[in-house]
Ligand binder design. Structure first.
Ligand code: HEC
Ligand code: HEC
Ligand code: HEC
Ligand code: HEC
Ligand code: HEC
Length: 182
C-alpha cells in the first residue's frame, strides 16, 4: 500500500505542475521544508485564509483540489488566483492589501511560480493520506485547526504519533504499526 500511496503522491504532484508543487516536492519532512524555504521566493506572496475562506466563504476543496482524491491536499496554482485577481487588483480602503496583490500579479506577469512556506508535515517514513481521512468524514479542522479564521496558517500542535493514535483509538481506525510506518 505504501508503494501505491507514493505513486499516487508523485502523480498528484506531477498533475499540480511546478507552479503548485511545494519547492521541496513530495519530501515532506520539516527539515526539507526549512531547507527549501530559506533560499527560495517562499513567503513573498501573501495569502490570507481569513479573507478568502472566512469572509468570502470559498470552500477548502476549491483550492486544495486533491484532498478528497489523493494523499496530498495540493496547493492552487497562480492561475487559480488570477481567476479573480485579474479583476480584483486593488483594495481602495487598504493600500497595503493592494500592494500585496500587486506583488502576486507582478510575479505571475513575469512567469514566476507562486510558492509558500510549508506549515504541516510528517516525516518521510510516515504514510499519510488525505483521501482516506476525508472518505471517513474527518473534518479539516480536526487536524489543521480553524484555518478559515487565520490570516497566517499555523500549526497549533505538531503531528506526533500520540496524536494520530489518540484519534485512531477514538474512531476505531487502524493502530497497526505498518498502517502508518513504511
Ligand atoms: C483561494 C484558495 C484557498 C482556499 C479557498 C483555501 N486555501 Fe488553504 N491554502 C491556500 C494557499 C495559497 C496556501 C499556501 C499559503 C499559506 O500557507 O497560507 C494554503 C495553505 C493551507 C494549509 C497549510 C499547508 C501547509 O503548508 O502545510 C492548510 C492546512 C490549508 N491551506 C487548509 C485550508 C482549509 C482547511 C481551507 C478551508 C477552510 C482552505 N485551506 C481554503 C489556498 C487556499
Ligand atoms: C474567488 C475569488 C478569489 C480567488 C480565487 C483568490 N482571491 Fe485573493 N482576494 C479576493 C477578494 C475579493 C479579495 C479582497 C479584496 C479587497 O480587500 O477589496 C482578495 C484579497 C487578496 C489579497 C489582499 C488581501 C490580504 O489580506 O492580503 C491578496 C494578497 C490575495 N487576495 C491573494 C490571493 C492569492 C495568492 C490567491 C490564489 C492562491 C487568491 N488571492 C485567490 C478574491 C479571490
Ligand atoms: C486526519 C488529519 C488531517 C485531515 C482531516 C486533513 N489534513 Fe491536511 N494534512 C494533514 C497532515 C498530517 C499533513 C502533512 C502531510 C505530509 O507531510 O505529507 C497535511 C498537509 C496538508 C497540506 C499541505 C500539503 C499537501 O498535502 O498538499 C494542505 C494544503 C492540507 N493538508 C489541507 C487540508 C484540507 C483542505 C483538509 C480538509 C479538506 C485537510 N487538509 C484535512 C492532516 C490532515
Ligand atoms: C481526528 C482523527 C484522526 C487523526 C488525527 C488521524 N487519523 Fe488516520 N484515520 C482516521 C480515521 C477515521 C480513519 C479511517 C478508518 C476507516 O476508514 O476505517 C483513518 C485511517 C488512517 C489510515 C488507514 C488505515 C488503514 O486502515 O489502513 C492511515 C494510514 C492513517 N489514518 C494515518 C494517520 C496518520 C499518520 C495520522 C497522524 C499524522 C493520522 N492518521 C491522524 C482518523 C484520524
Ligand atoms: C496512526 C499512525 C501511526 C501508527 C499506527 C503507528 N505510528 Fe509510529 N509514528 C507515527 C508518526 C506520525 C510518527 C512521527 C511523529 C513522531 O515521532 O511522533 C511516528 C514515529 C514513531 C517512532 C519514532 C521514529 C523516529 O525516528 O523518530 C517510532 C519508534 C514509532 N513511531 C514506532 C511505532 C510502533 C512500534 C508502532 C506500532 C505499535 C507505531 N509506531 C504505530 C504514526 C504512527
Amino acid at each position: 500500500m505504501s508503494g501505491k500511496g507514493l505513486a499516487l503522491a508523485v502523480a498528484a504532484l506531477a498533475l499540480l505542475g511546478p507552479s503548485a508543487a511545494r519547492p521541496e516536492g513530495s519530501a515532506a519532512s520539516p527539515a526539507a521544508a526549512e531547507g527549501a524555504a530559506a533560499p527560495g521566493p517562499a513567503g513573498e506572496v501573501a495569502f490570507d485564509h481569513q479573507v478568502h475562506a472566512g469572509q468570502f466563504k470559498m470552500p477548502c476543496l476549491d483550492c486544495h483540489v486533491y484532498a478528497d482524491k489523493s494523499p496530498v491536499a495540493g496547493l492552487p496554482s497562480g492561475r487559480k488566483c488570477l481567476g479573480c485577481h485579474k479583476f480584483v487588483k486593488e483594495d481602495k480602503e487598504h493600500p497595503e492589501n493592494t500592494a500585496r496583490i500587486k506583488v502576486m500579479l507582478d510575479r505571475l506577469d513575469a512567469g514566476q511560480p507562486l510558492r509558500w512556506v510549508r506549515v504541516f508535515a510528517v516525516p518521510d517514513f510516515i504514510y499519510f493520506s488525505h483521501r482516506m481521512h476525508l472518505a471517513a468524514k474527518v473534518d479539516c479542522r480536526e487536524c489543521h485547526g480553524d484555518v478559515a479564521t487565520e490570516s497566517v496558517v499555523r500549526q497549533d500542535r505538531p503531528f506526533t504519533m500520540g496524536r494520530c493514535l489518540k484519534c485512531h483509538e477514538e474512531r476505531r481506525a487502524s493502530r497497526e504499526c505498518l498502517a502508518c510506518h513504511k
